[in-house]
Design a protein around this ligand. Structure first.
Ligand code: ADP
Ligand code: MG
Length: 245
């Protein structure tokens, strides 16, 4: 079967720092896949590689059966990959609605799609005319995700959507992952918030210091109760010597 996203043996570095050391991962249509691991494990780097934003990455990234390794960044959105980077990128000087429309191809399809985004995030509809700068952190995160959904991507890369949010807002944002998946957009979700990420995903990969150290059904990983040190990092004695799977 052809995977929607198929990454094989991806390696990437920033100068001397090797951030990814031969990482493989797949996402199928209809799936929500969590990528969990401590701060610095390589989650954001993996997403940047999928978007083609890191020069010199080695390994193969295939989307819907085609190698996209040589495709420019700008074309990756066009072929159906949406990306919501870490840090809630919204235009502070545009309204919520304008923020969505500028992320679409044209105004007519944009308006129709914005309506769908508002059904995912009713809180945004209530703020439709509010400026980006005036939104709360949670609303900005919803808007950033909404912007990434405007081109109806087949795959959405969500990088740390819960960062800096209150527990209630975090739950609200992460619960939408299920709705987005059900609407036909597969999701790859990078999160440090392991429990919640596992509870809204089908499968999960655990990344540690640039290596995949575990991959299983999310429910299995949750049930194992083995989510502490290795996944959260700092205090793990094994953190310095991850095993390759
Ligand atoms: N722009 C950068 N320049 C140099 N090193 C970086 C840069 N971005 C990330 N790194 C390093 O790459 C590793 C992986 O980082 P990152 O992918 O951001 O991890 P995560 O998203 O899991 O927190 C870390 O060691 C980090 O310090
Ligand atoms: Mg990150």
């Amino acid at each position: 079967m052809t995977h929607l996203l198929d990454i094989q043996n991806l390696a990437a570095s920033y100068g001397q720092i090797q951030a990814l050391r031969g990482v493989s991962l797949t996402v199928d249509a209809g799936e929500a896949v969590a990528l969990v691991g401590a701060n610095g494990a390589g989650k954001s780097t993996l997403m940047k590689c999928i978007m083609g934003m890191l020069a010199g990455a080695a390994g193969d990234v295939r989307f819907d059966g085609q190698s996209i390794s040589s495709l420019p960044v700008s074309s990756r959105a066009d072929i159906g990959i949406g990306y919501s980077p870490e840090g809630r990128r919204v235009f502070p000087g545009l309204t919520v609605h304008e923020n969505l429309l500028v992320a679409s191809r044209d105004k007519d399809s944009g308006r129709a799609r914005a309506e769908e985004v508002y059904t995912f995030f009713p809180a945004l509809r209530e703020k439709i005319s509010a400026m980006g700068w005036a939104l709360s952190g949670g609303q900005q995160q919803m808007l950033a995700i909404g912007r990434a959904l405007m081109l109806r991507p087949r795959l959405l890369l969500l990088d740390e959507p819960s960062l800096g949010l209150s527990p209630i807002l975090m739950t609200e944002v992460l619960n939408r992952v299920k709705d987005i998946t059900a609407s036909g957009t597969a999701v790859l979700l990078a999160e440090q918030n392991v429990h919640k990420a596992l509870s809204v995903s089908h499968r999960a990969y655990v990344i540690q210091l640039g290596l995949m150290v575990r991959s299983s059904a999310s429910s299995e990983l949750l049930a194992s109760g083995d989510l502490s040190s290795a996944f959260l990092g700092e205090s793990s004695p094994s953190a310095a010597t991850p095993k390759i799977i």
